[in-house]
Design a protein around this ligand. Sequence first.
Ligand code: SF4
Length: 342
Amino acid sequence: MSLLSQPEAFQHALAAWYTTAQRPLPWRTEPSLYRTVVSELMAQQTQIKTMLPYFERWMQRFPDFKALAAAPGEDVLKHWEGLGYYSRARNLHKLAQTYVALETKPTTAKEWQALPGIGPYTSAAISSIAHNYPAAVVDGNVVRLLARLTNDARGFKNNGEAVKAFTPTADTVLNPKTPGDHNQAMMELGATICQKSNPLCTVCPVVQFCAAAAQGTAETIPNIQRKATEQVEIDRLWIVHDDKLLLHRIPEDAKQLAGQYELPSSCHFQQTFKLGKPLATKSRSITNKRIKETIYPLKPQQSSPKSHASNLYWISLEEIDNITLSGPHRRWIKELLSMSHS
Ligand code: SF4
């Protein structure tokens, strides 16, 4: 049975599976437009199981668009801390402010896309799930599923190109009567059954429509070029004085991590340092960057900030829990403080 010649039979098989197999997520068991919007933005670049406690905490502090719109930016960032990709928190904040001010609220995908931070994926997800609007969602999971179902081995330079290429197929197979459930079922099937490696074809509810399973090619599809990994090395300075730690606050106009604190680097100071034995070396990955950060101890009198605008602040050790740090920097600071106290 081919997917494109029998879209209704495919929709039926998918819907039957989703009815029983869907995970009981809080935005599904207690749905609302606001909860859909927050869950969709939080779920981008983050695994569902990681975001669940953040979602609950967010709902307690910002229960609706109005509460979020009225909250200070610092507070919003603080509740996002640890999730990474902070532009999503800023966008969600701006979106709430725009939404509450609108006299006519958006319902279609096009209307949602006119709001800050909302792209084609999010507008299709929100409008279909919350307003039953017939727009097909195409994310990485859906691309993989459609590419395998149609055994499409074309090569793509990046995810964006693949999303564009599979949007017409996604539109063709979309169930116009229940677009929200259909979209969620496609993403859920991609995430839980049609996984990147080891797809679970033997228990797949749509295996009878799958050309790649029939040909034994599933694991090689889709064929999307991976970005080359970029290696980055950064020195970090550990400067403690009178129970205060010197931290750098990333400027508000920075493209990434704006407004957050981090351990300073030597580039934030006037002089060059002769750095001794490091306290620790840490590695992390952000998208295609592999970042190695080496933390060196420095005496406070050795350092003088580059300028008054260098955004360096002494933060008392008691205050550290109340400021917004990136997840890894908070972990490393805690670890180094516990080492210095042991
Ligand atoms: Fe994916 Fe296998 Fe299902 Fe095809 S049969 S959609 S490859 S899990």
